[in-house]
Design a binder for this molecule. Sequence first.
Ligand SMILES: [Zn+2]
Length: 382
Amino acid sequence: MIHRDRMRDHFLTLVRIDSLSRKERDVAMHLKDELIRLGAEVTFDQADRMVGGTVGNLIARIPGTRPGVAPFLLCAHMDTVGPGEGITPHVEQDIITSDGSTILGADDKSGIAIICEVLRVIQEEAIPHGEIEVVFTICEETGLQGARHLDVSHLHARTGLVLDSSNPDHLITRAPCANRLQFTVRGLEAHAGVCPEKGINAIRIASEAIAGMRLGRLDEETTANIGIIEGGNAINIIPNALTVQGEARSHDEAKLNAQTEHMIRCFEEAAARHALTLDGVAQRAQVTCQVQRDYDRLFVSEEASIVQLVREAVRALGREITLWRTGGASDANILCAKGLEVANLGTGQQEVHTVREYLRLSEMVRSAELVLETLKRHAGRG
Ligand SMILES: [Zn+2]
């Protein structure tokens, strides 16, 4: 049986240990001790070297007690967004909040607390299980970097659950792929008062490009955004350079490509409208576009064994679950792209990445019950 108060207390301990991205060492050391007490062998990889962090991804293995059961992965991330130092959690009945000056860190320490509680119950009740692999990643919040640098060829499990979303009655099986775009616009510098006809205004070009661009929610599975603009030196200089950064996301690869090309075309067409001749030499605006794949999509089919397994567990608990599609990415995207079959289960975390973040304890318990039942069913399959 899941012990609500024990899990809550562990969660409160975890959020009191600061762990901003790249600074996960303290919480990682706490978790290492905890997992060793739970019978795990704990190692760290060297992902910290790639990201300039204080500790690598934590990888823990609890040997199986029932032979012939395939290894199963449980994953959550150790880092938090800011403001996330000196978190003072407040418990009021079923709800845990911060004091309003920081985030709470339920994203994703609720996932970690759930995994640890499930392992505790398995140990104290001697529930038969296969090998359980636990991965607590670093730097999820800085672009899924920890998972990206995780060498999954060293993992034994090929299927499992990521615990890093809100609703414990939703199983996220689909999340978008995304491109990161950077545009550099080059115009022509000139004194804005003396000879504006000798200038090509890079800000104007970018404005025209963005004004003609499809942005926001484009359809039920595609979104796009321009998020950063930098450029210009003085109000009396026609600006000659500007950078603009944005992103596009879609659950459909073809739609993502189409939107990416559309955004590039908007810049190219805007630049093409701006040219002049200076001392007999043709001058034109220029745009360079850098497109970087941010992450691949999460796509788990309804027939996948992880989905069937969770459904069995849900039925055994007398509940229902909805397969869910999200617009955000998680470590599950990366693990899926690396060939693992993982879905993302909710933990009760809400309003994440804000100082209003909160956790609903009853939902955290629901999530833990489902993870425990899933492991039991998995072991039962043999
Ligand atoms: Zn998260």
